[in-house]
Design a protein around this ligand. Structure first.
Ligand code: AMP
Length: 214
């Protein structure tokens, strides 16, 4: 399975990617996670990316494409992958198409996670991550059941940055909907449901009927 999860920040791409990883044993390739890792390790790439990330803008295409090229060439990506947060604009989508054509492994499907803007805002402002175990919570909708977690907020989930991230999504990432629709790859799912229901919709949308059991 080679799929792209497309959707605004806060639409649940990360959560659903993790479920797909568990169910299908293929890697999640999240450019946001790779960039955050580079920032926390203080690498040259991380230092270059940090300012754009902290202000909710996109990191430059050359940096992101270099990272993706390297990640897709690792052996675990040969059996499939879930792209989460990439591509983010048309230039990245075209570059991806070229890379996958070279590898002889085109995309199977692009799943668009549909969610109302008001809900996105609440999901992002409420999102907290446990700095010990990495689990994601929401202080409004799914707070931790006990006091064992050390919750932190991503710097770019602060209210003043969220507006910018959603603006960037509208202007740069949304045109990908038409791009992938024209390529016959786009499938839409309603992302405003519980995690399991959304997962089943993604399976139905992304997988051949026999595999999804429907
Ligand atoms: P995410 O975790 O996907 O919301 O990404 C967090 C931040 O990393 C974004 O706001 C961007 O600054 C940067 N980023 C992640 N993926 C990309 C990408 N494909 N292209 C450019 N910047 C990205």
């Amino acid at each position: 399975m080679r799929i792209v999860l497309l959707g605004a920040p806060g639409s649940g791409k990360g959560t659903q990617s993790q479920l797909l990883v568990k169910a299908y044993g293929i890697p999640q390739i999240s450019t946001g996670d790779l960039l955050r890792e580079a920032v926390s390790q203080g690498t040259e790439l991380g230092r270059r990316a940090k300012a754009a990330m902290d202000s909710g803008k996109l990191v430059d295409d050359a940096t992101v494409l270099g990272m993706i090229r390297e990640r897709l060439s690792r052996p675990d990506a040969a059996k499939g992958f879930i792209l989460d947060g990439f591509p983010r604009n048309i230039a990245q989508a075209e570059a991806l198409q070229g890379m996958l054509a070279d590898l002889g492994t085109p995309l199977d499907s692009v799943v668009l996670m549909n969610l109302d803007l008001g809900i996105l805002f609440k999901r992002l402002t409420g999102r907290r991550i446990c700095q010990e175990c990495g689990k994601v919570f929401n202080i409004y909708t799914s707070p931790p059941a006990d006091g064992k977690h050390q919750l932190i907020q991503r710097p770019d989930d602060k209210e003043e940055v969220i507006g910018k991230r959603l603006e960037v999504y509208e202007a740069q990432t949304k045109p990908l909907i038409q791009y992938y629709e024209a390529a016959g790859l786009l499938h839409s799912v309603e992302a405003d449901a519980d995690v399991e229901t959304v997962f089943k919709s993604i399976e139905r949308a992304a997988l051949p009927r026999t595999v999804a059991g429907s």
